[in-house]
Structures are given as C-alpha cells and as structure tokens.
Design a protein. Structure first.
Lengths: 166, 374, 119
C-alpha cells in the first residue's frame, strides 16, 4: 500500500535526523528526547516491515521503560551543565573514522541487500510465541534472561543504595 | 493516473474514507464525553460532600463545561521565565495525542446490529464500531500509555519551576512502578483468551459466559483498577499534583488552552482505562443477561460509565497517599499480589484445563489475598 | 536515491506486499544509526549521553535483525530482538545505578575524570 511506503520512508528519515541529533545536542536532556523520537520512528519501521509485535515491544521497553529511567536519572541529578566535545586527536579521529565506516557500511549494505531473498509475510504475536516456545532452541536462553534480569535488579539496588551513616 | 483508480486502490480509498469518518465521529464523541465527565465529576463530588456543585449555567449547570471552555480559551497565555520554550509547548501536545491514540484500538461494540434492521454494512463491509483491530491491541494501549508519561515529565521539566519538576519526577516514578502491576493484571485475561486482540477477549468472555468470566477475572480486575488509578494520577495516587505540597504539580505554570489540553488528556486517559477494563474484565458489549437481552454497545457504555463513577466515588472517599506509602504499596503489595495471581491462574489452567479452573482459582485467590496484603 | 516512479509502480503492483526495497533501506538506516552511535560513544563526554549512544547502537542492531527476519521469512530475527530488549533493560538499570553512585561519590559525570585506576 502506498501509505505503508510513505510511513516507512518518513519514519526512516526521522530516525536518521533524530539519531544525528542524539550526538549533536549539548545537553543530555535534549539527547534523551531525540533518542525517544528515534526509538518511536524505529518502531514505525518495524511495524511496516511486518513485525507489529516487536514494534509495540520496542515502544513499551525502550521508549516506555528504559528512556523514562534515563530521563528520571537526568532530572534527578539535574545535570544542567553542557559538555563540550572532546577536543584533540581522539575526537577528530573518531569522527573521521566514523565517516569512513558510515560510507563503507552503507555501500556494503546497499550492494549486499540486493542479493537477499525476498520473503514477505506479516508476522503476528502468535508467530513470535511459537518461535520462542515451541522448540527448545530459544527456551533455555529465554529462561536465562529471567536470571539476568533478576541479577541486574539486585545489582542496581545494591549499587545505587545509600550506605548507612553517610 | 489510471493506476490510481485501479480496483485495488478504490478498495483502499473506501477503507480510508470509512476510517476517517469513524475517527471523526469517535473523536467528537470523546470531546463530548470529556466535558460531560468534568460536569458529572463536580456534581457527584458535590453530592457526596453535601454541597451543591455547579448549578447556575444552563439547566442544572449542564452548560458549565462550555462556560469553563470559553473562559480557558480567552485566558492569557503565560510563558514562565527560563522555560524550555519548545518542550513547554510540546508537553500538552504529547499528552493529548497519546491520550487519543490509545483509544484507537478499543472496540466499542461488535459488528453493529440494529433492532428491526439487522446487520449494518457500509459499501458492502460490515460496520464494526472500532477504529483499528490490531493483532497486538492490548499491548498497543500499554505502549501508548507508557508514552503518555512523557507529557507529564516534559511539562514538569520545561516549566523551570521546582514544584513542577518535583511533580514530574514523582509522576514518572509512580507511573513506572504501577505500570508493572497494570501489565501483570492483564496476563490472566490474555492467557485465557490466547490473544492480545480485544475483540477476541470479548469473544472468549462470551464463550465462557459473561458472569463466569467476570467472577474468574475478578482478582485481576481489582489489581487493574488500583494500578489504573495510579496510572492516570487519580486521587488516592495523585501525588503528581497534590496541591497541599506542590501547588499544582506539573501543571503549575500552565494556563489557558495548554492547561485545558493537559486536563483533557487526564480525563481521556481515565476514559481509556475504564473502556479497557470494561472490555477486558467485564465482557464489553455482552449483555449481562445472555439470551434475554441482546448484546449491544450500550452495555459497553453502561459498564464504562459505571467504572468512571467508581473513580469519582473513590476520589470522594479515600485520602491521598504519602509518597513513601505509595511506593511501598506499589512495589511490596500490588506487584506481589499480581504475581501471585498470575502464578495461581497459570498453574490451575495448566493442571486442570481452562474450563475447570475458574472456581478453584477464585477460591485459591481468596485464600492468598490476605497473605499478599500482609 | 531510489527511483520514486519505479517504487510507486512496484508498490501498487504488489499491492498487499510492501515494496522489497524496505529491507535494503532498513539495513542502510541501521548501518547509519550504528555508526552514529559509535561516534557518539567516542565524542561525547557525559556518562549518560554515552550510555544513550550505546542504546542507539542496540536499536540499530534491532532494526537489522527485523529487516533480516523479513528478508528470510523466518521469525528468528524477531526473537533475537526480544533478547536484545532484555539485555538492554538490564544494562540500563545497572548502568544508571552506577551513574547515580558516581554522581554521589564524585559529583562529576565526565568520563575522562574517572581515572583512579590509571597507573
């Protein structure tokens, strides 16, 4: 559908622009908002690529949870001071290397993607569930993530806790 | 040009036209419902507190919302000094857009069947009263309400006011905490229906019989209502705007139409959570006397309005939480309770099969509830 | 620059199925965002911004996964995105806890100033 095409390319352009803004902004709060816009437009791209379930999860997990956490910390610490760019060699080298890397990877992707097979189908949440749980291939990894999250939670609480008497 | 008029494109065009008309109708109906809610809330609160409430403008004060609207429209816009200009404007916009978008996937009724007429169809398509039937319906609402937090956080941050900032901080932490319980309370419903689609959930309720459904999902319903109350910043949990501590919280610096938009977003969020509860836990448009009375969107609205009334009722009854109590309640009571319910429900469904589990599950939940609340 | 006319025609002719240039564009966007994130990690000095750049890189990877999942017609790519989500959530939680601890102890968020272990 023509609407899909418009949405997809629009979202792609917004993602590119806001992705650049993330590193071009001086204050962390502006970077955070640019990143939220990037994530939401990536979610639109996911949906147009036929995986609505992942698109919604992207918004729930990234834009709804992780970025709220980031904003919360930024506002809590109230870091108003803007950081300058890193001067000297490392910054310029990074930018130069990055530009080379960008051109290189774009060319590789653009040429390479033409050889990819073409299989289009809309996938539903049920498909993802079947893929996750119907074979033991991902099942153990899935269970392992629960332990990962538990340990991350404990770790975060221990690290951020105020020590008594301080 | 003839490509544009191909049969396939004509189909798309008709679909788009129907969608636009539906959106226009529902958007305006919601505007009406929002202004009605502000009026009803004030009247019901007044009734419960032995006051009169707004009764001057129009018939029993029914035109009060219009008067308020006109007043807000003509008020002066104030831009606080040192405010982040762009974000200050963006905050109400984000709030109102997320509030409206969440309602896009809520079904207001099944396929529309009128008495003495039968199935209503437009251009050969059966008309159902829903804007979009998504495969991920419930999760979509979850995602959009999660984005709704930004409206409040932005408003708090952009105002350059310490009370507003505190209000924004509080509400982000609060919504963050209660979203977990909110999501967990849906698990048993989704497990029973085997789908995120809201129409599938109502269909499952019909298959089970509405009353069995309501009874089985009742513990989840209670958890949902408490969490939803916190999620939309309603009174026992309205710490983001507690006037005794924070002036008016995140909207301290807002005036005129921007204030009206924030207020509107809040009420529309309330309508969303009630509409969702009515669909998920109370069987939506199914009639409470299956067989005797026909299913109709009117039942859906009746259930939704009752839940809205419950919110107002709670506001008149329960005092506000203190902040640490709020966090305590969210993390140490509500989330464990929701987790216990999920484990119980899934356990019984796995061992007894979905049709046998209901009464036992409810009994077990009744036994477990005092444990969880301790 | 894709030819818009050709794109429009192919989209309409394959009306249900979206244009297969989608995968290509998605991969290009993914590569670009990943590079932007990498540059950000090197260039920015605020710890929080650096972490956000890492999130940007993870997002770019997700986009590539979803695009490949579509190209190959399998679900595995989407499942891997699922795992990336959990890892990103865990990483953000621990990382931000460390940021709070840093701010509390050093009152500074510049990555260059954390050099106590430097010999």
């Amino acid at each position: 559908m023509i609407l899909d095409v418009i949405l997809f390319y629009g979202a792609a352009m917004v993602a590119l622009a806001s992705g650049l803004f993330v590193i071009a902004q001086r204050s962390p709060i502006n970077s955070a908002f640019s990143l939220i816009v990037t994530m939401c437009s990536l979610a639109v791209m996911f949906a147009m690529l036929g995986s609505g379930f992942i698109a919604v999860l992207q918004v729930v997990v990234y834009a709804g949870a992780i970025m709220v956490l980031f904003l919360f910390v930024i506002m809590l610490l109230n870091t108003k001071q803007d950081e300058g760019d890193r001067g000297g060699g490392i910054g310029r080298a990074a930018i130069a290397l990055g530009i080379i890397l960008a051109i290189q990877s774009m060319v590789v992707v653009w040429k390479g993607a033409e050889t990819l097979p073409v299989n289009h189908k809309e996938t539903t949440s049920a498909d993802v569930a079947r893929g996750l749980f119907s074979s033991p291939r991902f099942l153990y990894a899935f269970e392992a993530t629960s332990i990962l999250i538990l340990s991350a939670m404990v770790g975060a609480i221990v690290v951020a806790r105020k020590e008594k008497g301080k | 040009m003839e490509m544009l008029l191909s049969p396939a494109n004509k189909e798309i065009g008709i679909d788009a036209l129907i969608a636009i008309i539906k959106v226009a109708v529902i958007f305006n109906a919601l505007l009406g419902l929002f202004s009605l809610m502000t009026y009803l809330e004030r009247r019901i609160l007044a009734f419960m507190q032995f006051r009169r409430g707004p009764n001057r403008v129009g018939w029993f004060g029914i035109l009060q919302p219009a008067a308020d609207g006109i007043k807000l429209f003509f008020k002066e816009e104030v831009m606080p000094e040192g405010a982040h200009k762009f974000l200050f404007f963006a905050a109400p916009v984000v709030a109102i857009i997320t509030a409206y978008v969440a309602l896009a996937v809520v079904p207001y009724g099944g396929p529309l069947v009128l008495p003495f007429y039968g199935q209503v169809s437009v251009f050969g398509r059966p008309l159902d009263i829903q804007m979009a039937s998504l495969d991920v319906g419930v999760l979509f609402i979850f995602a959009i309400t999660a984005l709704g937090v930004y409206g409040i956080v932005l408003a708090g941050y952009a105002s350059n006011n310490k009370y507003a900032l505190l209000g924004g901080l509080r509400s982000s932490a609060q919504m963050f905490s209660y979203e977990l319980a909110l999501g967990m309370s849906w698990v048993s419903v989704i497990m029973a229906a085997g789908s995120f689609r809201l129409t599938d959930i109502v269909a499952t309720a019909e298959r089970w019989n509405v009353w069995v459904w309501i009874l089985v999902q009742f513990p989840a319903f209670i958890i949902y209502m408490i969490a939803a109350c916190a999620e939309v910043n309603r009174t026992p949990f309205d710490l983001a705007e507690s006037e005794t501590e924070l002036v008016a919280g995140f909207h301290t610096e807002y005036s005129s139409m921007k204030f009206a938009l924030l207020q509107m977003a809040e009420y529309i969020n309330m309508i969303t959570v009630c509409a969702l509860a009515s669909n998920m836990f109370l069987g939506g448009w199914l009639s409470p006397l299956p067989g005797l009375l026909p299913n109709s969107p009117l039942w859906f609205f009746a259930k939704m309005l009752f839940l809205l009334f419950v919110f107002i009722w709670v506001r008149a009854t329960v005092p506000r939480f203190r902040y640490d109590q709020l966090m305590d309640f969210g993390w140490k009571r509500l989330i464990p309770a929701a987790a216990i319910w999920v484990v119980l429900y899934s356990g019984f469904t796995a061992f007894l099969g979905e049709r046998k589990s209901p009464p036992i599950t409810v009994a077990a939940a009744a036994l477990a509830a005092p444990q969880a609340s301790r | 620059m894709p030819n818009l006319d050709a794109l429009y025609t192919s989209t309409l002719s394959s009306f249900q199925v979206a244009h297969d240039g989608f995968v290509q564009v998605a991969l290009a966007v993914s590569a670009f965002l990943f590079v932007v994130g990498t540059i950000g990690v090197f260039v920015r000095r605020n710890v929080i911004t650096v972490m956000m750049c890492i999130e940007l890189m993870l997002n770019a990877v997700n986009l590539a996964f979803v695009a490949f999942s579509r190209a190959h017609g399998t679900i595995d790519g989407q499942i891997l995105v699922f795992f990336v989500f959990t890892v990103a959530a865990a990483e953000a939680a621990v990382g931000l806890a460390i940021v709070i601890a840093l701010q509390r102890n050093r009152e500074d968020l510049d990555v260059d100033s954390f050099n106590l272990l430097k010999g």
